[in-house]
Design a binder for this molecule. Structure first.
Ligand code: PLP
Length: 230
C-alpha cells in the first residue's frame, strides 16, 4: 500500500488539475484531511508530509487524538465535521478551530456561549441538505436565510459565520455531482446578495472533489483517498 505522504501528494495533484481545468488558482482550495477512525500516528504521518488541517466526526475520538498530538497543536487546525448534539457542544467550542456541521440556531448559540474568550472566534459553516429528503442532516434550503442571519448576528468575538457545507447523496455521475454542488453555490450567492459575507464553500470529498472544485468549492474534505478505506 502506498504511504500517506504519497497519497496526499496524489490528492494535491487532483486538486491542482481540477483548479487548472476550472481556471482557478490552486491556492484557492484548502485540503481538509479527514482522519476519523484513523489513529494519531496516521495524522502525524500526514503532518510530517506537510498537511495542517484535519477533520474529525466524533467528539470523544477527536479529543483523544488531539491529546496524543498536543505537541503539534500550534501547527494544526482542527475541524469538526460530524453531527453535533447540543450536549456535546462545550468540548467542541473549547478544542476546535472550525465547525462545519451547524444546522440549527441552538447549536450555534451554545458554541458562541461556550467559546473561551481567550481563543480566536470559532469558524462556523452551516450544513445544508441539498439532496432533499434522501439525507436527513442539514438545514433545508428554504430555512437557510433565516438561520444564516441569526448566526451572523451572534457575538463576533466568539463565532464567525464562514460559509456553507454539504454532503450530497453519493453519485458516480459527474453531472449529478455537479448539480448538487451548484445548488450549494447558488445558496451561497443568494446569502451574499442579502449582504452576508461568506468566504467558504465546504464541498467535495474523495469521490467528487473535481466536480466540487468545478462548481466553486473552497475546501474539500478528503478521507479515504489520503488515509485509505475505513
Ligand atoms: C467522512 C467524511 C468525509 C470524507 O469522506 P471520504 O469519502 O472518505 O473522502 C468528508 N466529509 C464528511 C462530513 C465526512 O463525514
Amino acid at each position: 500500500m502506498e504511504s500517506i505522504g504519497t497519497r496526499l501528494q496524489a490528492v494535491k495533484g487532483r486538486i491542482a488539475e481540477a483548479c487548472r481545468e476550472a481556471g482557478r488558482d490552486a491556492n484557492s482550495v484548502t485540503l481538509l484531511a479527514v482522519s476519523k477512525t484513523f489513529g494519531p500516528e496516521a495524522v502525524r504521518a500526514a503532518h510530517a508530509a506537510g498537511q495542517r488541517a484535519f477533520g474529525e466526526n466524533y467528539v470523544q475520538e477527536a479529543l483523544a487524538k488531539m491529546e496524543a498530538l498536543a505537541d503539534l497543536r500550534a501547527q494544526t487546525e482542527w475541524h469538526f465535521i460530524g453531527p453535533l448534539q447540543s450536549n456535546k457542544t462545550r468540548p467542541v467550542a473549547e478544542a476546535f478551530d472550525w465547525v462545519h456541521s451547524v444546522d440549527r440556531l441552538r447549536i450555534a448559540q451554545r458554541l458562541a456561549e461556550q467559546r473561551p474568550a481567550w481563543l480566536p472566534p470559532l469558524n462556523l459553516c452551516l450544513q445544508v441538505n441539498v439532496s432533499g429528503e434522501a439525507s436527513k442532516s442539514g438545514v433545508a434550503p428554504a430555512e437557510l436565510p433565516a438561520l444564516a442571519e441569526a448566526v451572523a448576528a451572534l457575538p463576533a468575538a466568539r463565532v464567525r459565520l464562514a460559509g456553507l457545507m454539504s454532503i450530497p447523496e453519493p453519485s458516480a455521475d459527474g453531472a449529478t455531482q455537479r448539480a448538487a454542488h451548484r445548488r450549494l453555490r447558488g445558496l451561497r450567492d443568494e446569502l451574499r446578495a442579502r449582504g452576508l459575507v461568506l468566504d467558504t464553500l465546504s464541498m467535495g470529498m474523495s469521490g467528487d472533489l473535481e466536480a466540487a472544485i468545478a462548481e466553486g468549492s473552497t475546501l474539500v474534505r478528503v478521507g479515504t483517498a489520503i488515509f485509505g478505506a475505513r
